[in-house]
Structures are given as structure tokens and as C-alpha cells.
Write a protein that binds this ligand. Structure first.
Ligand code: MRU
Length: 335
């Protein structure tokens, strides 16, 4: 079933996204033929997750080219629209990288841009399969014979990628090998990607899971109920510092204290050699209303960073499509 989840696809004349804001209640698609709709979809998290954003950004350039043709835009207007797509969300490096990958092909026309965007999509699916295999091998070599209790945070599944998933790709592979006892899916405040999306994917895949509050995660780990945590990433600095959904850092600290592996599963496209350390990763701050939820007293303000940065010293392993880097051991510099 995971193979059938296509968060991002090109239909022939436009971009088709699964509208992740209405999952799991409804599976609806959003057909995108203009850049304003795409920027809005990215900012509302109708499409989300670093690799999926990269593919959407690459196809977004084709959307802009076709829109410019239809609306007889001058090049400057088209380029400004592409720039708005590129910067619609700041933390996941894949979005800008996806746009940048296809830009050099613009002079060759829309077909060339589309071919490159499709190549990125196909590479991502292949890469995720490799991440799944390599991650499962690494984890199983370090854990006992017993089926594993795995914790994950946010959604790094098929919905967050071009298919299969990164962290959930590892979980799927472990499950296929008969080695998953239970997945703890952190709910992921405030937009509930864990409760809504990860739980939906795990259910489709027939993988046993329990949703828990983000606040429960460190305690679940220290109580000895978790064998390994596996998460995705939005941007990995050259020194291995890793930005991912807010709450990931607490999971990493608890794993370090409990002495269990904290594993980041991400393709090389998420590694940003131009950012030396996590201090340079831009962290998106989202609207107060997402946190206050109509429940706070009138006039309350909120701090709503969407991501945090886990220092490299807490990342036991980074699983990429080409191999596993044991980051905290410091033996494998990324760039
Ligand atoms: O705000 P989101 O839902 O886009 O955040 C997504 C995450 O934090 C994912 O873990 C990350 O992008 C990796 S997806 C394979």
C-alpha cells in the first residue's frame, strides 16, 4: 500500500498533491496550476516533509513556466513567482534545493524541467528504499533478537517524501523482516502529523502502533519501553547537527540518557554542506493560533518554532541512501 501513496505527482498538465490537511478523515487531492496555490499549499502543510517539498519545488518551477505562458508574464514576474515557491518555508533545505536543481534547465523548456523534476522524484523513492534496508541492517546489528519497540516523531513516511518514507521506510523494512513489536508515534504538536499522518500510514501498512503525546516520549524511553528512536530530518548541517520537527531534541536527550540509539534517516539531499553547524539553520516560526488553539486567555501570545536542532553529539547514526554514518562517534564528518 505504501507504494500507492503518492504525496506529489505530475498529471500531465499540473501538479497533484495529496491534501495532507484533511487526512486521515478524507483522502483528497489538490490540483495545482499556479504558484500562488502552491505557496499556499506549502505554507498550510497540504504538502510537507523535506523530500516531498523538494519534489514539489522542482515541479513548481514547471508550474510557474506554464502559468507565465498562460498569463503572458514577463520573465521577471515568472522568476519572482519561482522565488516565492523557493522560500515558502525556510527550514527544509530540500525545497530550495529542488527548485535550484531544475533552474538550469529552464532555457531548454518545460519538458526538460519536468524530466529533471521526475528524476528527482524517482531518485527519492529509490533512495528511501535503500535507507530502509541500510537502516534496518544497522539497527538489527545493534539490538537483540526480540522484535523492536520503535519510537518515531512527526511524519517521515510516504506522505513526507516521494514514496515509502525515510524514518518510516526503516520501520516498514523492519516490519517486513518481522522485527517490529510496536511503534510509538509521537502526536507531534501542534499540527498532529504523528496522530493524523504517521498513524494513518502505520495502519495502512498493518504495523502495530500507539499514539502518545510528545510530552510522554522521554518518559516512555526512560521507562525502558523503547529500543530505538528513528526520525527524519529537514536539514542536516555539515557537522551533523540535525533540524527536525519540534520535540525531536527531547527524544534525542532521552535516548542518550537511556543509552539507546537515536537514528536519523535522511537522504543526502537533506544534508546542507553550506551550513556549517545547526546554529545556521533557519527555524520556521509559525502562527500563535496553532499553539493557543482558542484555549488560551484573550491576549495570550505564543512561541511556535516548528523545528528544533539536535546537536550531532546526540545523533547515534545518520542513515543515508549510500551508507550509515555514526555521527556522535565523530568518525564520519559529513562535509
Ligand atoms: O512541518 P513538517 O510536517 O513539514 O515537518 C516535517 C518533519 O519534521 C519531518 O520529520 C522531516 O521533514 C523529514 S520527512 C522525511
Amino acid at each position: 500500500m505504501a507504494n500507492d501513496i503518492r504525496a506529489v505527482a505530475w498529471t500531465g498538465d499540473g501538479l497533484r498533491l495529496i491534501d495532507q490537511t484533511v487526512l486521515p478523515g478524507r483522502v483528497e487531492h489538490l490540483d495545482v496550476r499556479d504558484t500562488a496555490t502552491l505557496v499556499d499549499a506549502i505554507q498550510r502543510l497540504a504538502v510537507r516533509g523535506a523530500p516531498a517539498l523538494g519534489v514539489a519545488g522542482a515541479f513548481g518551477v514547471a508550474v510557474a513556466m506554464l502559468e507565465a505562458e498562460r498569463k503572458r508574464w514577463p520573465d521577471a514576474e515568472r522568476d519572482a513567482a519561482i522565488a516565492r515557491v523557493r522560500s515558502a518555508r525556510p527550514t527544509a533545505v530540500n525545497l530550495a534545493a529542488g527548485v535550484d536543481r531544475v533552474l538550469p534547465l529552464m532555457p531548454e523548456g518545460v519538458a526538460a524541467v519536468l524530466a529533471e523534476a521526475q528524476a528527482l522524484l524517482d531518485e527519492d523513492v529509490r533512495g528511501n528504499r535503500a535507507i530502509g534496508r541500510l537502516g534496518a541492517d544497522w539497527i538489527l546489528a545493534r539490538t537483540g533478537e526480540r522484535p523492536l519497540r520503535v519510537l518515531t516523531h512527526c511524519n517521515a513516511g510516504a506522505l513526507a517524501t516521494a514514496g515509502w518514507g525515510t524514518a518510516l521506510g526503516v520501520v516498514r523494512e523492519l516490519h517486513d523482516r518481522g522485527r517490529v513489536e510496536l511503534v510509538y508515534a509521537d502526536e507531534t504538536r501542534p499540527l498532529l502529523q504523528g496522530t493524523r499522518l504517521t498513524a494513518w500510514e502505520l495502519r495502512q501498512a498493518g504495523i502495530p502502533y500507539r499514539v502518545q503525546t510528545d510530552g510522554a516520549a522521554p518518559s516512555t524511553i526512560l521507562r525502558g519501553l523503547v529500543d530505538v528512536a528513528v526520525i527524519g530530518a529537514d536539514r542536516i548541517a555539515a557537522n551533523g547537527d540535525t533540524a527536525n520537527k519540534i520535540g525531536s531534541l527531547g527524544v534525542a536527550l532521552a535516548c542518550a540518557d537511556a543509552g539507546i540509539p537515536f537514528v536519523v534517516a535522511a537522504p543526502w539531499s537533506t544534508v546542507d554542506p553550506a551550513t556549517p553547524t545547526g546554529a545556521g539553520i533557519p527555524i520556521e516560526e509559525r502562527a500563535a493560533g496553532e499553539v493557543l488553539n482558542g484555549a488560551a486567555p484573550e491576549g495570550a501570545s505564543a512561541f511556535n518554532p516548528a523545528f528544533d536542532v539536535t546537536p550531532a553529539r546526540l545523533v547515534t547514526a545518520l542513515v543515508t541512501e549510500t551508507g550509515v554514518l555514526e555521527v556522535s562517534a565523530g568518525r564520519t564528518p559529513l562535509a
